[in-house]
Design a protein around this ligand. Structure first.
Ligand SMILES: O=C(O)CCC(=O)C(=O)O
Length: 268
């Protein structure tokens, strides 16, 4: 059984106050190597077939629906060093909203309008709820100039109409913090937190796998509904819940502990 690492009191306080949390060395060396291989295979398949969904512009590549490409991504979705913490801040009804592999090649430019929040719920007012949490895993080191995600700490508590300063470049936002990390590191942030991608001024593409979690009563973003092949791999209650294959409002929420494949009884 994988050991699930809970959210500590200190981490809870940091996330509640700042709206984000970083987890150094979330992946060990073997996990990182396997993830890089799976991402390389996914990228090759995606580039070979222009009909596959995503974004294909020089300064940003998004391979949408990364779970469709390799069973390894399903394991990552419940990674024991990250997923229990995400579930702790979202609730037991956690489910997946979207999932992708991002590559940010060097050389692109962005303007200040890149600042945004992921959550938009105009019909209801959720000032104290955590509606979405975006988790990102780094395949390589990400320094401040390497396209690091920028966040405005504490801004998840801003009201919807808070007048954020207009800036020319994302990195000009007063108080912005770049989420730097080493290869194998991860971070997640509240979907209400103001954040922005930043330009990659380094020499290598920034490579990140991301999962955006919400609640099982929310719909996945368009194009992120599981294919029949992916749905068939949802062989645990948690996988079914995460992929939106359970009731939206009723039924028992899935338990946290899910045996890793190696621990499952043969044929089980
Ligand atoms: O690429 C990043 O670091 C930020 C991603 C982002 O803003 C988003 O996907 O909403």
């Amino acid at each position: 059984m994988n050991r699930m690492e809970p959210l500590s009191e200190r981490q809870r306080l940091f996330f509640d106050a700042q709206g984000y949390l970083t987890i150094e060395d979330a992946l060990d060396g073997a996990e990182l190597a396997a993830l890089r291989r799976a991402c390389d295979r996914a990228e090759a398949a995606w580039r070979a077939d222009p009909s596959r969904p995503g974004c294909r512009i020089p300064e940003f590549i998004e391979i949408e629906g990364i779970l469709e490409y390799d069973p390894l991504f399903l394991e990552l979705l419940e990674h024991p060093r990250v997923f229990p913490k995400v579930r702790a801040v979202l609730g037991t009804d956690v489910a997946l909203i979207d999932h992708a592999y991002y590559l940010t090649p060097p050389g692109g430019e962005l303007d200040g309008s890149a600042w945004h929040r992921d959550v938009r719920t105009p019909g209801v007012y959720h000032p104290r709820s955590t509606v979405m949490v975006r988790a990102m895993f780094a395949l390589g080191d990400v320094g401040a100039g390497d396209g690091a995600t920028l966040v405005l700490p504490g801004s998840h508590r801003f009201p919807d109409d808070y007048p954020l300063p207009r800036v020319a470049r994302p990195e000009d936002m007063p108080g912005a913090v770049p989420l730097t990390c080493r290869a194998g590191g991860a971070y997640f942030f509240n979907g209400n937190l103001w954040h922005a991608p930043s330009p990659n001024r380094g020499s290598r593409s920034r490579r990140m796998v991301l999962f955006n979690y919400g609640h099982k009563w929310m719909r996945p973003w368009r194009g992120h509904e599981p294919s029949p092949a992916l749905a068939a791999r949802a062989d645990t209650p948690m996988r079914r819940q995460l992929l939106g294959l359970t009731g939206a409002y009723y039924g028992t929420d899935a338990e946290l502990e899910t045996p890793a494949p190696a621990d499952r009884p043969a044929g089980g």
